[in-house]
Design a binder for this molecule. Structure first.
Ligand SMILES: Nc1nc2c(c(=O)[nH]1)N[C@H]1C(S)=C(S)[C@@H](COP(=O)(O)O)O[C@H]1N2
Ligand SMILES: [Mo]
Length: 320
């Protein structure tokens, strides 16, 4: 018989203790399973309106400029405003997540300080500090319909100013034909950007005529206050007659070019995200119809309208 000091453990552990230890191991296993389930539960949580709308300690520039004067021609989009929390909960922003609950992943994003460079084929290129930029051109509020290529839609009061007013300040040169929009590239703040197989930074493009159309705005706010991070703080594009992917978020650079710029989605999937695409019920996405759209908060469905209903503003851009 072995001495106690070199005995195999099972022989010196009294049966009762061994049993309770086994139970304890089960309990521990249960706890860590519970931990995993808790983690998943935390990730899947819907989020209260307060949590979703929390600007998360981000101090946006020029809060005192909101709410801005409502533009007389864009007071009414013909449908009720989308619930603000529903919009904040359901966004596309691939830098942070491939899913809609982007708001859960923007905690480490710091959109201040921030600069926006306007460069390329312009007489007066300039790097604007966001605080200077936001005071440069009077802010106005415009209620627009917004349509994602995935067939969901919303109605949003944006705060911003026409892109044309900014481009005028930098004086486009005669050779300028296109405008390229560049979002930030900060893999340390935006976890999905650590996957370098994507063509980061997110870029988009318009023709110069589309970019200077009066409907095209740079937005700094939504619902009467500065943009939440998940909506593209501190400044993003809004092009209401085109699918949402054109409306690039958190811009760091606007460049005028003489060549059609490459874009993020067009690089990844050229047949699905045409550079020149407009909202059009008759041109289906290769994987689904575009005939109808679904409001993201109420689920209500409407027939899609050509140019998202903005025909009177933009039809002249696209002669048949
Ligand atoms: N930088 C960047 N901008 C982006 C995207 C993105 O993934 N990254 N997604 C686009 C798409 S597909 C849509 S529908 C809108 C969503 O904007 P929202 O926050 O106003 O809903 O942002 C667009 N701008
Ligand atoms: Mo989209």
């Amino acid at each position: 018989m072995p001495e106690p000091w070199n005995a195999p453990e099972k022989e010196i552990t009294p049966p009762k203790v061994a049993l309770s230890r086994r139970r304890w191991l089960w309990a521990a296993g249960g706890l860590s399973l519970g931990g995993v389930a808790g983690g998943i539960g935390w990730l899947l949580r819907p989020g209260s309106d307060r949590e979703v709308l929390d600007p998360q300690a981000y101090v946006p520039p020029a809060r005192e400029l909101y709410p801005a004067r409502l533009h007389p021609l864009h007071r009414d989009a013909g449908r009720p405003l989308t619930d603000e929390a529903a919009a904040a909960r359901y966004t596309n922003f691939y830098e942070f997540s491939l899913f809609k609950s982007v708001w859960k992943h923007v905690g480490s994003f710091t959109p201040l300080p921030w600069t926006l460079e306007v460069a390329g084929l312009v007489a007066k290129p300039k790097i604007y500090d966001i605080d200077e930029l936001i005071h440069l051109i009077p802010l106005e509020e415009r209620i627009y319909r917004f349509r994602c290529v995935e067939a969901w839609a919303m109605v949003v009061p944006w705060t911003g100013f026409p892109l044309a007013a900014l481009l005028k300040k930098v004086e486009p040169l005669p050779g300028a034909k296109y405008v390229r929009f560049v979002s930030f590239d900060r893999p340390e703040e935006a976890s999905r950007q650590r996957d370098r197989s994507y063509p980061w930074p997110y870029t988009e493009g318009l023709t110069l005529t589309e970019a200077t159309n009066d409907l095209t705005i740079l937005a700094t706010g939504m619902y009467g206050h500065p943009l939440l991070k998940q909506h593209g703080a501190p400044i993003r594009l809004v092009v209401p007659w085109k699918y949402g992917f054109k409306s690039a978020k958190s811009l760091v650079k606007i460049e005028l070019t003489d060549e059609q710029p490459r874009t993020f989605w067009n690089t990844l999937s050229p047949h699905e995200y045409d550079f020149f695409a407009n909202v059009n019920p008759e041109v289906p996405h290769p994987r689904w119809s575009q005939a109808e759209e679904r409001m993201l908060d109420t689920g209500e469905r409407f027939a899609t309208r050509l140019y998202n209903g903005y025909e009177q503003w933009v039809a002249g851009l696209y002669p048949e």
